[in-house]
Design a protein around this ligand. Structure first.
Ligand SMILES: [Zn+2]
Length: 181
C-alpha cells in the first residue's frame, strides 16, 4: 500500500516535471539564449562582468571558445558570412546590438564583414600583436567578449572592415527586431 502510494506520488511528480519542461521549451522558441543566459538582453545597457568560469557553464562551446578565448572560426564555416537580410546583429553572448544589415558589405573573406557598428560605443578596440601581426581587436562594448578584428581596407564611407566571427553574432530579421523594441 505504502509502496504504491510512493509510486503514485513519483508518477505525479515526474509528469508535472515533464510538462514544465515542455512548457519552458515552448516559451524558449522565441529566443533560446535569453532564458538560459541571465546576462542576455537586447535592451539592457549595463555592463556585464561575468568571469570565464561562469561563461563556460552558460555558453555553447563554439561561442565560448571565440568569445572568451579569442578563438576564430574557420572561414566560410560560421554564421552570417553570406547573409544579406535586413535586420540587426546582436552579441550572441550578451544581446548588445552591434551592427545593422545596412552596415554590412559583401566581402570574399568568409566572415561577416561590416563597415560600421551601430555606434562607436557598441565596441571596444584593443591593439593585438599576436601571431606576428599588428591588428586591432574588437570586443563587445557590454560584455567584453572577443568578436573579431577591424582592418583599414574596407569600402567607403568608413574605409573600415570589421571582420567578425559569425558564431558570436545573433541576427534578427527586421520584423522580429522591431517587435523587441
Ligand atoms: Zn556582448
Amino acid at each position: 500500500m505504502k509502496t504504491s502510494f510512493i509510486t503514485l506520488l513519483m508518477t505525479i511528480l515526474f509528469c508535472s516535471c515533464n510538462s514544465q519542461t515542455a512548457n519552458s521549451k515552448k516559451n524558449n522558441t522565441m529566443n533560446d539564449k535569453s532564458n538560459q543566459n541571465p546576462a542576455y538582453s537586447t535592451t539592457d545597457t549595463s555592463k556585464v562582468t561575468l568571469g570565464n568560469e561562469a561563461w563556460r557553464k552558460i555558453l555553447p562551446k563554439e561561442i565560448y571558445e571565440i568569445a572568451r578565448e579569442k578563438g576564430t572560426e574557420r572561414a566560410f564555416t560560421g554564421k552570417y558570412w553570406n547573409t544579406y537580410d535586413t535586420g540587426t546583429y546582436y552579441c550572441a553572448v550578451c544581446g548588445n546590438p552591434l551592427f545593422r544589415s545596412n552596415g554590412k558589405f559583401e566581402s570574399s573573406c568568409g566572415w561577416p564583414s561590416f563597415f560600421e557598428p551601430i555606434t562607436k560605443g557598441s565596441l571596444i578596440y584593443l591593439p593585438d600583436n599576436s601571431y606576428g601581426m599588428t591588428r586591432t581587436e574588437v570586443e563587445c562594448g557590454r560584455c567584453k567578449s572577443h568578436l573579431g578584428h577591424v582592418f583599414e581596407d574596407g569600402p567607403p564611407p568608413s574605409g573600415l572592415r570589421y571582420c567578425i566571427n559569425g558564431n558570436v553574432l545573433n541576427f534578427e530579421k527586421a520584423q522580429e527586431a522591431n517587435k523587441i523594441k
